[in-house]
Design a protein around this ligand. Structure first.
Ligand SMILES: [Zn+2]
Length: 259
């Protein structure tokens, strides 16, 4: 027995070594780790808009997708109930100024008025964020906003939906450029947005299949009514009525003022 000892020991060590290298089971049998979710923020500017919002909100509600709406004070003044509806539907509401000026041409006092007067009309769902029209900003604009507790939110994906009213184009543009934590700029106001709404409808399943989750922009606050996703659940699930992609232009805002 003693003379076989080294040979047996060598064999045992060889088996142990092989076991250590290959492991007790192949890697394929280990439980797969869930792929981390990616986040995308859908944002809509230049509303509220009585022509475009109803269909857009129906789609978002049915898909339980929360979004962020950057509203204009002068339009909100004529439709104050709209902010409450957005809030109750689980969406975040951001400040897009009162009258959509280029803020970089205004005095600090005028900039303050643009934001403060709008913020007052936004109701209990008012977010703590602003988006300067045209993305035009400077240190004066951001300082005034900071003084009001508003964080500046721009965007990372701009399909220029005001210039490309084609749902297929918008869907392809956005889906090919989206990335984790992408902020997608679209418009629910400023003109007919049937193509934008149709693109949203097409994009949601495409992005979900690629692992994206939809959230509201954090600084625009999630409504108090539970999570945005829960709040966005429709009470009654019913099919969306067929609406043409290109509704007649809305008279509530001048064309060509996007973004
Ligand atoms: Zn705008």
């Amino acid at each position: 027995m003693r003379k076989w000892g080294p040979a047996v020991l060598s064999a045992v060590l060889a088996v142990m070594l092989a076991f250590a290298v290959t492991g007790p089971a192949s890697a394929d049998k280990r439980p797969r780790q869930k792929t981390p979710s990616k986040i995308v923020y859908l944002t809509f500017d230049d509303g509220p808009n009585s022509m475009n919002d109803p269909r857009l909100l129906r789609i978002l509600a049915r898909e339980q997708v929360p979004a962020t709406f950057f509203v204009l004070g002068n339009l909100l003044a004529a439709d104050r109930q709209r902010a409450t509806e957005l809030w109750l539907a689980g969406h975040a509401i951001g400040n897009h100024t009162w009258a959509h000026p280029d803020l970089t041409f205004l005095s600090p006092a005028a900039i303050h008025h643009q934001f403060a007067s709008t913020q007052r009309l936004m109701g209990p769902g008012a977010g703590a964020c602003m988006r300067p029209p045209y993305g035009a900003t400077n240190s004066t604009v951001s300082n005034v906003a900071n003084g009001l507790g508003l964080k500046q939110v721009l965007w990372t994906v701009d399909p220029q939906d005001y210039a490309h009213q084609n749902a297929a184009y918008l869907t392809t543009y956005i889906s090919s450029r989206v990335h984790d934590k992408a902020i997608v700029l679209m418009h629910d106001g400023g003109g007919p947005r049937g193509a934008t709404t149709s693109a949203v409808k097409q994009l949601i399943p495409i992005l979900r299949a690629r692992g994206y989750e939809f959230r509201t922009v954090p600084s625009c606050r999630v409504p108090l009514k539970g999570s945005a996703t829960d709040a966005a659940k429709p009470k009654v699930r019913k099919p969306e009525p067929v609406v043409p992609d290109e509704p007649v232009p809305t008279p509530s805002a001048p064309a060509g003022m996007a973004p």
